[in-house]
Design a protein around this ligand. Structure first.
Ligand code: CUA
Length: 161
C-alpha cells in the first residue's frame, strides 16, 4: 500500500505528539509531587476530627503581644465550613491567618475581588496571612471543579469593625 510521504509525516507526528502528552501527564503526577505552593503542612484527611479542623472556625490568638486571628476552614462538597452556613467573621486591620484543607476532593478557596486564592488539597494544609483593611463583605468561591454542585459552592467573609 502506498502512503503519501506527507501523510506519513503527519501520521508519525501525531504519534510523537500523543507520546509527548502521555509523558507530560505522567511527569506531572509522578515527578512533580503536587503540592500547595508556599507555607504548607500535611494532614490525614480521614482524621480531621482530631485536629484543629475538627472544630473549624475563627480563633483569637495572641502573638508577640498582638491580638491576631486564625481561621480553620474545611472545604467540603459543596460548602465552606465555616463560610457557607455561617460567614467567617473577622475584624478589619488585624492579622488573619487562614488554614484550609479538604476532607474529600480538591477544591478552591478564592476570596472574590482580592488576590487571596488557594487550592484546598486533601492531605495538605494551605496557609496564608492577610489583613482586611476595610469593613465589608467578601464572597468566597470554589474555583476547582469538585463535583456536580461545584457551581453553587459559595461562602462569605464578613469583615467587622
Ligand atoms: Cu468545591 Cu468546586
Amino acid at each position: 500500500m502506498h502512503i503519501h510521504k506527507f501523510e506519513q509525516f503527519w501520521i508519525k507526528l501525531s504519534f510523537v505528539l500523543i507520546a509527548f502528552f502521555i509523558v507530560t501527564v505522567v511527569y506531572g503526577f509522578v515527578a512533580m509531587d503536587l503540592k500547595v505552593i508556599g507555607d504548607h503542612a500535611t494532614i490525614d484527611p480521614q482524621n480531621l476530627a482530631d485536629t484543629k479542623f475538627g472544630n473549624p472556625g475563627v480563633r483569637e490568638v495572641t502573638r508577640n503581644g498582638q491580638t491576631e486571628y486564625e481561621v480553620y476552614v474545611q472545604t467540603i462538597q459543596f460548602a465552606f465550613n465555616p463560610g457557607t452556613a455561617q460567614p467567617i467573621v473577622v475584624p478589619a486591620n488585624t492579622r488573619v491567618t487562614f488554614y484550609i484543607t479538604s476532607p474529600d476532593v480538591l477544591h478552591g478557596f478564592d476570596v472574590a475581588g482580592t488576590n487571596l486564592n488557594t487550592m484546598s488539597i486533601p492531605g495538605q494544609v494551605a496557609k496564608f496571612t492577610t489583613i482586611f483593611p476595610e469593613v465589608r463583605e467578601y464572597g468566597i468561591v470554589c474555583n476547582e471543579y469538585c463535583g456536580p454542585a461545584h457551581h453553587v459552592m459559595e461562602g462569605k467573609i464578613k469583615v467587622v469593625p
